[in-house]
Every structure is written in structure tokens, then in C-alpha cells.
Write a protein that binds this ligand. Structure first.
Ligand SMILES: Cc1cc2nc3c(=O)[nH]c(=O)nc-3n(C[C@H](O)[C@H](O)[C@H](O)COP(=O)(O)O)c2cc1C
Length: 187
């Protein structure tokens, strides 16, 4: 049987931030279950916002914006599972994450529903101690709506409070949840 392919998208610009820690945990879990894992750090990529030209809907899923999203599209198409990690910025996902999501517009509609059969996971970190007042719940609601729209399986959500880069390491239960989500998405 072909190797399971998990694509992880990290929407934090902090190379050693809390999302990065959770991403490493999830990747380790997935690899332990034999999956092939690729990690894309959006902060290191040049990805423009969707400009609503609708070309992708006229050209069967081909986005005309020539930037680093073109590197991601083949991986997103091939992935069996996609895991999105984001810090909470202003009570929602980071702009990097939202721009990435908007550009996934090309993977649905005229071309069919290319994401609907994939399994998804979401990981969020935030500075506030409360998932409600931090805005994490807003982001969770957004992902739930996206998955309902795509008719995709949201396998798991991991979220935890941490502010300084890497502080999430002090939350072993959150690290364990990230590892387990990786295991689930990797098999
Ligand atoms: C621009 C900006 C906006 C933020 N907005 C929020 C917020 O609305 N709610 C919150 O709880 N934390 C907020 N934070 C804190 C981050 O969510 C928190 O530090 C998170 O753990 C960062 O993850 P990272 O280390 O992976 O980048 C914000 C941080 C920045 C830089």
C-alpha cells in the first residue's frame, strides 16, 4: 500500500515558536506510524492574498498568481491528510494562515472538491489562558465551518495557551495531544 502522506502547514512566522513545537510533535507521531511528512512554514514563503480574479474557476483549479503557493498546490492535491497550525492573532488565525486558506479556493469549485476526501487536523496556540477570550474559539468555529463546507473529516483539534516562543513545552498534555493527532493523521 502507498505511504500515507501528511502535509503540515505552519502559519506562525516564529521559527522556534509554539506552533513549531506542536508541529514537530505531530510530525514525530505521524512518522512513528510510517507516514511521509512534509512541513511548510508559511512565514518563509511568499504567498499573496487571493485577488478574486476567479481564473481558477474558469481554468479548472489553476491559480494564476505566480508565487510560492504554486509549490504547495501539488502537495495539497497529493496529501492524504493536512494539518494546519496557527497562532491566534487578533482573535483569529494569523494573516499568513488566512491567506493560505483563501488561496485554497482554487482547490474547490470548478475543479471539484479536491479537499473533501482528505482528513484534517488543526493546532492553535494563544497567549491568553482562556480559549474563549483568546479568540481560539473563533478560529475553531471557522475551521468547523470550513470542514462542513468541504464535507471533510476534522480528525482533531489541539489548542493550548503559551506566549513566549517555545513556552508550550511546559504543557506536556498539549504536546501529547499533538503527537497523538499526528499519529491519527499519519495512518
Ligand atoms: C500580532 C499578534 C497578535 C496576537 N493576538 C492574540 C490574541 O488575539 N489572543 C491571544 O490569546 N494571543 C494573541 N497573541 C499571542 C500569540 O497567539 C501567542 O504568543 C502564540 O503562542 C504565538 O504562537 P507562535 O509562537 O507559534 O508564533 C498575539 C501575538 C501577536 C504577535
Amino acid at each position: 500500500m502507498a505511504e500515507h502522506y501528511l502535509v503540515i502547514v505552519n502559519g506562525s512566522p516564529r521559527r522556534n515558536g509554539n506552533c513549531a513545537v506542536l508541529v514537530e510533535q505531530a510530525a514525530a507521531g505521524a512518522r512513528a506510524n510510517g507516514a511521509h511528512v512534509e512541513i511548510f512554514n508559511l512565514g518563509e514563503l511568499n504567498i499573496h492574498p487571493c485577488d478574486a480574479c476567479e481564473s481558477c474557476q474558469e481554468a479548472n483549479g489553476v491559480c494564476v498568481i505566480q508565487d510560492d503557493m504554486q509549490k504547495l498546490y501539488p502537495h495539497l492535491r497529493q496529501a492524504d491528510a493536512i494539518l494546519i497550525a496557527s497562532p491566534i492573532y487578533w482573535f483569529s488565525v494569523s494573516a499568513q494562515t488566512k491567506i493560505f486558506i483563501d488561496r485554497c479556493y482554487a482547490l474547490q469549485g470548478a475543479v471539484g472538491n479536491l479537499l473533501g476526501a482528505k482528513r484534517f487536523g488543526v493546532m492553535l496556540t494563544y497567549g491568553d489562558v482562556d480559549p474563549y477570550t483568546s479568540g481560539a474559539v473563533n478560529a475553531i468555529r471557522m475551521f468547523q465551518d470550513i470542514m462542513r463546507y468541504l464535507e471533510a473529516d476534522l480528525v482533531g483539534l489541539v489548542y493550548g495557551s503559551a506566549n513566549a516562543p517555545g513556552e508550550i513545552r511546559d504543557r506536556p498534555e498539549v504536546l501529547e495531544q499533538a503527537y497523538q493527532l499526528g499519529q491519527q493523521l499519519g495512518s
